[in-house]
Design a binder for this molecule. Structure first.
Ligand code: HPA
Length: 269
C-alpha cells in the first residue's frame, strides 16, 4: 500500500491537509460538476501511482479536492472501465486513495441504459443493488479475510434515503433501481436485456459495480446515481451509440449536478 500512502502524501502536500469527507466519481457527461468544487486543488492522474489513464470520450483524468456546498469533497474526474484493460480493478488505487484521504462515503455516478419505459432518457435513478454479469471481481488477487466483502446493503440505505429527501426538497424525480454490470464495450443484445429483466435489473451499464465493491472493501459507505441516457437495447428508440450517451448525459447531468450540490449542503456534521 505504499502507492496509496505516496498518493495521500502528494495530495495532502498540495491541499494543505484539507480532509475530504465525500469521494465522488463523475460519470459520462458529469464533467461540469468539477466546476462546482470551490478553489479546487487539481492533481493530474499522471502524478498519482496506480491511477488510470482514462481513454473514453467524456472522461478526463484529474482529481479535484475542495468544498462543494461547504462540504470538503474529493472528485475523481475520469474513470477507467473493465473494457479498457480487461482489469476489473482499474479503479482500485483511486478508490483506496479516497478512503486513505479520510473520505467517509463514496458517491458514484454513471450513464446507463434503462429497462423501464417510465424511466427513459433524462431520468435519474438511485442504485439500490447491483447484479454482476461480468464474472470478474476487482478483488481478484486481494489478500486477507476482508476480501470476502459483505454485499448486503452495499448501496447504503441511509444515504439513499437522504438522496430521496434531497431530491424531494429540490423537486427532482428520483427513481430507484437495480443496476446490472455488463463488461462492454459493445452494447448489450436485446436478448441480454430480456435476460437482465428476468434477473431483476432496472438499468444496465459498464461501470460503478466494481467501484462499489472496492469502496465497501475500503470501508466506505457507498451511494450511486445513474443518469439514464437511453432505453436499453431492443426497447425501441434510436440505435445505441456512445455519442448519444454523451449528448443525453449532458442534459441529465444538470439535474444530477443540482442533486449533488443540494445533497452535499445537507451533509451532517
Ligand atoms: N448499456 C450499457 N451502458 C450504457 C448504456 C447501455 O444501454 N447507456 C449508457 N451506458
Amino acid at each position: 500500500m505504499t502507492a496509496i500512502r505516496n498518493n495521500v502524501d502528494l495530495i495532502a502536500g498540495r491541499t494543505g491537509g484539507l480532509k475530504p469527507r465525500v469521494g465522488i466519481v463523475l460519470g459520462s457527461g458529469l464533467g461540469p460538476f468539477a466546476d462546482d468544487v470551490a478553489d479546487a486543488t487539481v492533481v493530474s492522474y499522471g502524478d498519482l501511482e496506480g491511477f488510470p489513464t482514462p481513454g473514453v470520450g467524456g472522461h478526463a483524468g484529474r482529481l479535484l479536492v475542495g468544498p462543494v456546498s461547504g462540504t470538503p469533497v474529493a472528485v475523481l474526474h475520469g474513470r477507467a472501465h473493465l473494457y479498457e484493460s480487461g482489469r476489473a480493478d482499474a479503479m482500485a488505487a483511486p478508490v483506496r486513495t479516497l478512503a486513505a484521504l479520510g473520505c467517509e462515503a463514496l458517491l458514484l455516478t454513471n450513464a446507463a441504459g434503462s429497462l423501464r419505459e417510465e424511466a427513459g432518457p433524462g431520468a435519474v435513478m438511485a442504485i439500490t443493488d447491483h447484479i454482476g454479469l461480468t464474472g470478474v471481481s476487482p478483488l481478484f488477487g486481494a489478500a486477507g479475510d476482508d476480501r470476502f466483502v459483505n454485499m448486503v446493503d452495499a448501496y447504503d440505505p441511509d444515504l439513499r434515503a437522504r438522496l430521496h429527501d434531497t431530491a424531494a426538497r429540490i423537486g427532482l424525480a428520483l427513481h430507484d433501481g437495480v443496476y446490472a454490470w455488463f463488461c462492454g464495450p459493445h452494447f448489450e443484445t436485446p436478448a441480454e436485456i430480456r435476460a437482465a429483466r428476468v434477473l431483476g435489473a432496472d438499468a444496465v451499464g459498464m461501470s460503478t459495480a466494481p467501484e462499489c465493491i472496492l469502496g465497501r472493501h475500503a470501508g466506505l459507505r457507498v451511494a450511486a446515481l445513474s443518469m439514464v441516457t437511453n432505453l436499453a437495447a431492443g426497447m425501441g428508440g434510436a440505435a445505441l451509440s456512445h455519442e448519444q450517451t454523451l449528448t443525453v448525459a449532458a442534459t441529465a447531468a444538470a439535474d444530477v449536478r443540482r442533486l449533488l450540490k443540494a445533497f452535499l449542503e445537507d451533509w451532517p456534521g
